[in-house]
Design a binder for this molecule. Structure first.
Ligand code: PGA
Length: 254
């Protein structure tokens, strides 16, 4: 399948896997995916496994991502991790503004944009998550919510930085629920997000930005979702925790 943009499929392990389990998963993924060149493949383990995983994937086609970072570059921020600290482990990507953080840690679009700027300052590529809740979907507010989140969380980025940013469209009602957006729903939301980026930046940037779909992505629905013109990859939660399912999502997407 010839796509305009290279697919990027990332596994968000969330708060799962100790170091031994993480290394097991990585060994399996390396074995299964050694031939894959068509997709940018990213694993996002918890902070505690970044060091060991980073050593294990040095000689592979897997890239490393983190699940969060501080908006500050250092100092008296107990419990926080700075972008530069992630760079020490060859982290290339960082998930920002995941709906779980928006919900449980009350992360705002303004905070997410500060984090995105801090990530770009050290050449880490942010994966910025947006998406509506079930109540917002049912209230017909999807576009309004996406417009607010995109405007706020991408505020202050240069065109160049935007081109190096990944967006993950994750309808909150589809995360971990087994409910997936229909391919039409996903394509519609992705095309809308791209139009917002074109307005906020320009057409060239909008054409370049990769927009992942996230929310109950499985081997069985990956091919259809990835075949949509504006779906440029996936952010995978539950199905990224097993070698078989994550590898099959990637193979089914090619
Ligand atoms: P899920 O999670 O694939 O388990 O629905 C996706 C995510 O939260 O990124």
């Amino acid at each position: 399948m010839e796509k305009e943009r290279k697919l990027i499929i990332a596994g968000n392990w969330k708060m799962n896997k100790n170091v031994a389990e993480a290394l097991d998963l990585i060994q399996g993924l390396k074995r299964e995916l050694v031939q894959v060149k068509e997709v940018d493949m990213v694993v996002c383990p918890p902070f505690t496994a970044l060091s060991e995983v980073s050593k294990q994937i040095l000689d592979s086609n897997l890239r490393l991502g983190a699940q969060n970072m501080s908006e500050h570059s250092g100092g008296a921020y107990t419990g926080e991790v700075a972008a530069m600290m992630l760079k020490e482990f060859s982290v290339r990507y960082v998930i920002l503004g995941h709906s779980e953080r928006r919900q449980y840690q009350k992360e705002s679009d303004e905070l997410i944009s500060k984090k995105a700027l801090a990530a770009h300052a050290v050449e880490l590529k942010p994966i910025i998550c947006v998406g509506e809740t079930l109540a917002e979907l049912e209230g017909g507010k999807t576009e309004q919510v996406l417009a607010t989140q995109i405007r706020g969380s991408l505020a202050g980025l240069t065109k160049e930085q935007m081109g190096e940013t990944v967006i993950a469209y994750e309808p909150v009602w589809a995360i971990g629920t087994g409910k997936t957006a229909s391919t039409e729903q996903a394509q519609g939301a992705h095309a809308y997000i791209r139009s917002l980026i074109a307005k906020q930046f320009d057409d060239t940037v909008a054409r370049r930005v990769r927009i992942q779909y996230g929310g109950s992505v499985k081997p069985a629905n990956a091919r259809e979702l990835m075949s949509q013109p504006d779906v440029d990859g996936a952010l995978v939660g539950g199905a990224a925790l097993e070698v078989r399912s994550f590898a099959d999502i990637i193979k089914n997407s090619i």
